[in-house]
Design a binder for this molecule. Sequence first.
Ligand code: D5M
Ligand code: FE
Ligand code: ZN
Length: 495
Amino acid sequence: MRDRVLDFLSERGTLADERAVEYLLQQRDPLGFAAHLLQAFREPPLVITLEDIVDAGSIARAAAERGVLVSVPRAHPALMPPSVPASLRGTGVPASDIAEDVRILKDITGRSTCEGTLADFARYFRHRFHTLAKILRSRPELGGAMELAKAKRLTRDTAVIGMVSDLRTTKNGHRIVELEDDTDALSVLIPADSALAADPIVTDEVIGVTGHSNDRGLFIAKSIAHPDIPVAKAFPGTPEHIRVGFLSDVHVGSRTFLADRWEKFRAWASNGDEVARSLRYLVVSGDVVDGIGVYPRQDEELLLDDIYAQYEALASMLRELPDHLKVILLPGNHDAVRPAEPQPALPAPVQKLFDSNVTFVGNPCTLSLHGVRILAYHGRSMDDFVSSVPAMSYTRPLDAMREMLRKRHLAPIYGGKTPIAPESEDHLIVDAVPDIFVTGHVHAAAVGEHRGVVLVNSSTWQAQTTFQKMHNIEPMPARLPIVDLHTGEAMMKAF
Ligand code: D5M
Ligand code: FE
Ligand code: ZN
């Protein structure tokens, strides 16, 4: 429940400190209570404290009348935790005093070799299978995993590793997972009453399964393993409080681009508070312009119907940001590069429009800022997660991000909305574990954590579009998640 409460709040652009979370968890209906609480704020604080809950007296009383509230404690102000994480209060070093330290560790730009032949695809999936199988094999229970052809002929307990080729549910509610490896295929049965039935397995991911074959050739699953991050990692931490802001989905050129909210952000970044002055980097994770011909009848929703005009407008917006802000920019599905992932950086004629404080990288990209490893991915595959896994939703991008890390793959589902270029290596595999993992695309805003990895979904600067209205997608625009590289602590700034 703790995770659900934290996700619920972060998806709504706010966080809660430890005492506030404890308090919420004591409620009979923590999520319901949190929902009422949020309604009490005109604009929720960056971090909700116990004091904020106490101050939201009217909503507390209203909740109490409905029997939701148990009690409202009055804590001594000295015991009150701060409303912004400690590492983001008064500790910032002016960004202009910090020498730039950006290294691009992994990026397809300039290294694409694939032509999209059948042989390319076979090689691509073999690389995916063997890389992820190797990670799985380091698990004690999977060290002796057998080839599928062999495991099929044995009835004793064994372990196997395979790529999921199909998923279905029998009329009795059992799940059948079809696995493949280089030798054979195997049907794995997950009994309906097993706890494993809730695991959001998707096609084309690589999993390990322990169990045994029955006399009808079905492999009955006892346990399922994902590559995941086996041991929760510590955040490396820079010696100084260097701050990074995350944006994406600016959609410049669209009529629904929120120019007024951007102006608020610009003004804050230029003349704002201590956090603004200490912001050294901006990672911009794709859909930086709205593009041309991205979806049917897009022209009706465009303010700028020339792709260069859109990038020029963005270039001048970035030029107006303070000089101490270094921008790292990757493309998304609306940008002027091939849509197939991995996407290379924006082409040279577009890059030429920008000042030298912008570095262009591909999507996805792994980079290091002062030794902190950041995996940035636009996040198109979240469309496929949401349509394949009933429990997932566009409003909870962290769920999909956690699954990407558990599966150690940014876009496991092949053949959905995410086009994949069959490069000789699978660039969408999460090989080295990042310290910060950021996505955009779903126009939500959230910060969280998975096994020591800081998770960020980076909002949007576009209001609800006609398409999103039709599909009931409610965006959460104009939020800036900020991470302190000294501690890994995050805050969310709303504009
Ligand atoms: O995507 C913005 C949001 O809209 C994101 O949550 C996905 C959703 N979206 C966009 N296009 C589609 C289609 N064709 N099907 C389903 N959902 C979609 P953006 O990349 O900014 O267009
Ligand atoms: Fe977008
Ligand atoms: Zn997108």
